[in-house]
Design a binder for this molecule. Structure first.
Ligand code: CU
Length: 163
């Protein structure tokens, strides 16, 4: 199926760029599992200014998507994500490295009721809104996905580039 091929090509391309960014001798996740200092940043400081970025979750026929699905930030930039689920079913927004999100997606397939315990993840019911304040402290290419089983495969993922 065309969509599936496109999706795996996109995943493969993202994996290549992540591999290229990984420092030698530094395994992903090694000593970096605690949430306040990740490869993609840390929770923001509410006392400091933040750029507002609105992201809508929606379904469109057989597809599920984020609007927009490409984001670009400056290293050190603080972002207030304003999330809104305009779909008819639950969706979530999870930022991570591509590797982390693909692993997390497999875990979710085994255990769909898994609780999200991550400062840069939010699950929203239809018509619900949510906010996440985050500071992108490191340059790189990162992923945001809905990890509810089947949703990422239906197109519900995007890319964050921090320069
Ligand atoms: Cu979803």
């Amino acid at each position: 199926m065309k969509l599936e091929r496109l999706t795996s090509a996109a995943i493969a391309a993202s994996l290549i760029s992540v591999a290229a960014l990984a420092a030698p001798g530094h395994k992903p996740g090694e000593g970096h599992s605690h949430a306040d200092d990740t490869a993609y940043g840390k929770p923001g400081d509410p006392k400091k200014p933040a750029r507002i970025v609105q992201i809508v979750f929606r379904e469109d026929g057989g597809k599920m998507l984020f609007l927009p699905d490409k984001l670009k930030f400056k290293k050190g930039e603080q972002v207030r994500f304003q999330l809104r689920n305009n779909g008819a079913i639950d969706h979530e927004f999870v930022v991570g490295t591509v590797e982390e999100n693909l692993k997390h997606m497999k875990d979710m397939e085994k255990n769909p009721d898994m609780e999200l315990d991550d400062p840069i993840a939010k699950r929203l019911k239809p018509k619900a809104t949510g906010e996440i304040l985050w500071q992108f402290t490191k340059a790189g290419t990162f992923d945001f996905s809905c990890l509810i089983p089947g949703h990422r495969q239906a197109g519900m993922f995007g890319t964050i580039v921090v320069e």
